[in-house]
Structure formats: structure tokens, C-alpha cells
Ligand binder design. Structure first.
Ligand code: FES
Ligand code: FES
Length: 199
């Protein structure tokens, strides 16, 4: 089948790509645009490893056709960095601080889901956060640290909005040694700098 030239708006820039109309957004973003933070897990819309933000909402890019994304604002983890100072988001900082990264395969998807959740400006409870992340699976099963990280990121946002929000006491919140934090920071930065493993 012949390819069609389309323009996608990805991480703040227009990108012209030649696509097969049957191609998934996952295939285009990862294979053509080399946005390798996006991971292929189940390929059937069950695990969230391939999540991208489309107009601020997470979609599973493995079951979303590229041609449907024309005219939409697409964001991957590579696009989260502040262009003015290179800073990472509060969500990413909290994933590091709360040790919410193990093998890292699910992490980009969880980070984007957390960015969506925080961006809703709603003071979600821990139980509500658990419900909201049911579309993302972690094979290392580090869920409690992920939930704690999201709660803390919500807290940062609520503080900025002047809304009272208490992070519930957690048994999983702990302070990592500095060298471990530094390693995690490097991993998260590598993810957004497009310098990751070829999973
Ligand atoms: S790879 Fe797309 S949802 Fe699992
Ligand atoms: S950290 Fe390994 S899959 Fe989630």
C-alpha cells in the first residue's frame, strides 16, 4: 500500500512523516521519529507501556492509528522537559524521590498518566489514583511507590493552586541514598533525551 505524507504535531513541533494508513501511532513515533521512550508491551491496549498524551489525555498508541492523530497535540516523555531551562517535571522528580522506578519499562507510560492526572487539578485520594492508573501495568509490581509519587506530585500542584491537600501516610515513602537517586535521575533523563535501550 502506498504511503501518505501527513503532518503530526509532536512535542511542540510539526513533523512531516510518510505513513501507511494502517500504521499505529506507536510504530510511527518510535520507528520513524525515534521516540524510544514509548515501549511495546502487550500490543492490544492492556498495559499502557505505549502511552502517549493526545490533547492532554493518555491513549494506547499501539491501538491508535497514526492518521487519527493529525491535528492533535502529541506529547511523549521526550517532550516533558522544560525547553527554557531543561528542568524535568514534578512528576518525574517524585518518581525519582519515591523510588517509583525499577526496571523502567512501564515508567514512561506511568509518567504520562501521572502528568494527565496532575493536570486535571483535582485533589484525588489514594484510592482514586489507584483507579485512575488501572490501564497501566508494572511487571515489577512497584505500584505503591508509583501511587505515592503521584500523590506527592498532586500535592505540589495543589500547593501552587492554593488548595489544601494531604498526602496519606505511606509505608513505602523512603529516602534513597544519594547515589541511588543520582542513578535514577540519569535513567529518567536518558528516557527523555531519547537515549534508551531498544526495548
Ligand atoms: S503495548 Fe499498547 S497497551 Fe500495551
Ligand atoms: S518498573 Fe519494571 S515494569 Fe514497571
Amino acid at each position: 500500500m502506498s504511503k501518505k505524507i501527513i503532518t503530526l504535531h509532536v512535542n511542540g513541533k510539526n513533523q512531516e512523516v510518510a505513513v501507511d494508513e494502517r500504521e499505529s501511532l506507536y510504530e510511527t513515533l518510535r520507528n520513524e521519529l525515534r521516540l524510544t521512550s514509548i515501549k511495546k508491551g502487550c500490543e492490544v491496549g492492556e498495559c499502557g507501556a505505549c502511552s502517549v498524551l493526545l490533547n492532554g489525555r493518555c491513549v494506547d498508541s499501539c491501538i491508535y492509528l497514526t492518521v487519527w492523530a493529525v491535528g492533535k497535540d502529541i506529547v511523549t516523555v521526550e517532550g516533558l522537559k522544560d525547553p527554557t531551562n531543561g528542568d524535568i517535571t514534578d512528576v518525574q522528580k517524585e518518581f525519582i524521590k519515591q523510588a517509583a522506578v525499577q526496571c523502567g519499562f512501564c515508567t514512561p507510560g506511568f509518567i504520562l498518566k501521572a502528568v494527565e492526572i496532575v493536570g486535571r487539578n483535582i485533589p484525588y485520594t489514594r484510592d482514586e489514583i489507584k483507579q485512575l492508573i488501572t490501564g497501566n501495568l508494572c511487571r515489577c509490581t512497584g505500584y505503591m511507590n508509583i501511587v505515592t509519587a503521584i500523590e506527592h506530585a498532586i500535592k505540589h500542584n495543589m500547593d501552587k493552586l492554593g488548595i489544601a491537600y494531604e498526602v496519606q501516610p505511606s509505608t513505602t515513602s523512603f529516602d534513597l541514598p544519594d547515589e541511588e537517586k543520582e542513578k535514577m535521575l540519569k535513567d529518567v533523563l536518558a528516557m527523555q533525551d531519547n537515549d534508551v535501550t531498544k526495548n
